[in-house]
Write a protein of this length. Structure first.
Length: 178
């Protein structure tokens, strides 16, 4: 489940019920600070300006139409019209437990693609250092994530600027080497 998408849909629906146009953007984002809740809806300001309303007044109307029963423990208005959303810990825990029971943790497969990941590019004419290992670990994490999403990944380890360039076109299904 994508919590941000769920909250965006609910806030957008409440904004429309409060008089905002159907294409309004709720701008729901994770909060940067704990005191502002788990998520913030920052789109009230722009919509209020278009409607010629005071942002705080529009935020109050949006909150009246916002149904986050069981999802949020608290919803409040901050500053000139930001909406802070505090998630209900029991709701969050139940969805985390549900995801843990699902195969693949509920993550959907992507439209499969063939992707080449070039791990690192150490220059063999220079001394190796920990930075080369770091980039290889990052590359491997990216490869594992892409494979988990259902992509075919070609792992390549380019060796700096010494040697011949390796051609990968013949390893990509449906592509002929040039």
């Amino acid at each position: 489940m994508n919590i941000q998408a769920l909250l965006s849909a609910k806030v957008s629906q409440a904004m429309v019920l409060a008089g905002a146009p159907a294409d309004c953007e709720p701008q729901v984002r994770q909060s940067a600070r704990v005191q502002f809740g788990d998520y913030q809806a920052n789109g009230i300001m722009a919509v209020a300006k278009k409607l010629g309303q005071a942002p705080r007044q529009l935020a109050e109307t949006v909150i009246q139409h916002l149904d986050l029963t069981g999802i949020a423990s608290k919803v409040e208005i901050a500053g000139p019209g930001f909406i802070n959303i505090f998630l209900d810990h029991n709701w969050l825990a139940s969805h985390a437990r549900e995801a843990l029971r699902l195969p693949r943790l509920g993550v959907q497969l992507a439209e499969p693609q063939t992707i080449v990941v070039d791990y690192s590019a150490p220059n063999v004419a220079k001394e190796m250092h920990v930075g080369h290992v770091r980039s290889t670990i990052i590359g491997d994490a990216a490869v594992r994530t892409l494979e988990f999403l259902g992509h075919q990944v070609i792992r390549a380890n380019h060796v700096g600027d010494w040697g011949n360039a390796v051609r990968y076109a013949d390893r990509v299904p449906g592509k002929a080497a040039e």
